[in-house]
Each structure stands twice: as C-alpha cells, then as structure tokens.
Design a binder for this molecule. Sequence first.
Ligand code: BGC
Length: 383
Amino acid sequence: MHVRAHRSLGTLLAGLFLNACSPSSQPPTTMLTQTPFGTTADGEAVTMYTLTRAGGMEVRLLNYGGIITSLKVPDRNGRLEDVVLGFDTLAPYLERHPYFGALIGRYGNRIAGGQFTLDGTTYTLAQNDGPNHLHGGLKGFDRVVWQAEPFEEPGRVGVVLTYTSPDGEEGYPGTLRAKVTYTLTDDDELIVDYEATTDKATPVNLTQHTYFNLAGHGSGDVLDHELTIHADHYLPVDSTLIPTGERRPVAGTPFDFRRPTPIGARIEADDPQLHWGPGGYDHTFVLNRTGDGLEPAARVYEPTSGRVLEVRTTEPGVQFYSGNFLDGSLVGKGGAVYARHAGFCLETQHFPNSPNQPDFPSTILRPGETYTSRTVFAFSVQD
Ligand code: BGC
C-alpha cells in the first residue's frame, strides 16, 4: 500500500507560481489545458483535460468515467503516436463499449453469480456478464461524472477526480468516497493513485482499463508486442472466467511471461485455459512481490517503434487481457476499426471474486480504514 501526502492549496498555488515564474526562467516542462467535451444524457458537462510534457508524452482524459481517451508517446525517432484505443467524441463512450480507457469500480473484474455475503448479509449485484457481475455493474465508476480538480506543479501536472458512490449504489453497501489522481511527470510516467473510504464494510477493487497498442491504436493487432510479467503463478479460471481458487505455476505453460515473449507466440496453444470464449489471455497473474510497496508488474516492448511500457504497482495482481472480445464492430478514433487483439490491457488489481474466496487477499474496506493503491505506467524507448 502506498501512502501519499495530501497536497494543500498552498502547495498547489506555489507550484503554479514556480511553473510560471521560476527564477531560472526555464519554461515549464509540463502543461495542462481543458476543453469542453459535450454533455451526458443527464445534462452534466464533460471536460477533457490535456496533460503535456514538452517534447514528450501527452495524455487526454475525461471527468466522465475518468476515461483516458488518448495517450501520445514518442517512438525511438521521437515521433508521437496515440497508443490507446478510444473514440473521438463523447457519444460512443455513453453507449455500451468494452471499458475503453476507463476507471473501474467499485469492483474491477468479476464477482461470481453477482452475489457475496459480508458480515452475515448477502448482497445481490447486477449479473452483467453472463451469470457474473463485471466491473462494478450496469453503471459503474466508468459511467459517472467525477468532480475534477486539475493541478500543476513544477515537473508534474494532473487531475484529482473524486466521486461519492451512495450507499446501495449498484447493490454495494456503504457510501464510498473514491479519489483517483492522474499525474503526468516529466519522466514520461503516468501515475494513477487511488484512495477510498467508506461508512459501511464494502468490497473495493479499483483499476484502470486502458487498451494499449504501442505501435499506434489503429495499427492492427498487438501479437508481436513482447511482454514480460513478473509472475511465477497465475489464476486459472472456469468457463465464465471466475478463478477456480488454484494458483497455478506458469512454468512450462503459455502463461510463462517471465522472459520477454511475443503476446502471440503461444496464444493459440493447446491449453484449455486459452480456449474460453473467443480465446486468448484474460487471466490474473499473481505478482512476485517482496513487500507492499511499488514493485514491477509488467513490461511491454513494441519492436517496430521501440516504445516500451513498464507497469509498476502496489497491487497483488495484474489482469492481462489480450483484447479477445474485440471483433471489429467498433470504429474508434480517426475511423480505426478495432478487431480481435487490437489492444491489450494490464489491469492492476486484487484478484477476481475475492469477496467469495476467503483464500484470496481481502478486498473488504471497513469504516475508519483508507484504501490506497498506486500504479505507474512509465514510457520509454529501446533500440
Ligand atoms: C475482462 C474481460 C472483458 C473486458 C471488457 C476485462 O477486464 O477481463 O473479460 O471482456 O474487461 O469488458
């Protein structure tokens, strides 16, 4: 767990002042702008925040669902490309879509049968994925408008998003106050900090659901991306993608990504775990952790562009999803058609179905406790 110091208004103002008139007259390395991005069906205004590092990355995100709509990263020749799947306008984000770029809550991933029992009470949730509950339900944190407070400090810019989920929302107990901070640093890192408190015990498992394609979001499939996952074990699942409870060694299986391996190298292998639904990876990897701090989870290298994404997290697991359910029916930014495996997700999180699995690390947050979690997406290039 990561404990983050709160920034006071004074610190924020000092940061703005320093950025604007630093004694060395250095131009600011990072910049933030905001533009209107339409309104929801309820008439709530949606704003797009653009975070930029001079000569480096640019991130665009919305207060609607905390959605990252665009993320431009230089390749080995300095050429910027948008490396995340998404849409050009708000309308398709308001329709059903596979959680492109969104914040997920209260519970990222699945809860079996849409039910769990906590302190003797059984709670019923929407079964919005076959028999199971997925990604917080019908109107999860990906479909609400968050309060947004942008901030600028020397060398970093970002947005603090807050959302209060009422007691009983989507069937979950307790009023949950969630806060997610996106920070772009002048090291080309996007940091996502999560925090939450509650007034009744409730499950919480927040994550970020960006689909990456480091060659460019419209460039085809991600099967040649070389993936490393720092995990000796993964969680096998049943046909509805609920973990069986076993922690299975990756050694000798197509789930062994301990050395850089193309995503597609074994995706068609004759392993029943790869054959659910349309097939491919959609599993939680149990990260090899040494403590509870920020530790490496995964690394992805795209050979043609040289772009590298490294993911570090305080979470015990990462869901590696190889975009199996994308089927070409969605037309994204600039007319790009997102076919099967057009993007991959690395969703840092606790394990699926933990409220029904006493052997998994607990996801229950109780009154008086603070949920904290941090994930860093760091970009660089390699020859
Ligand atoms: C899940 C997939 C699901 C996708 C989009 C991922 O987190 O693991 O099974 O299809 O989200 O909903």
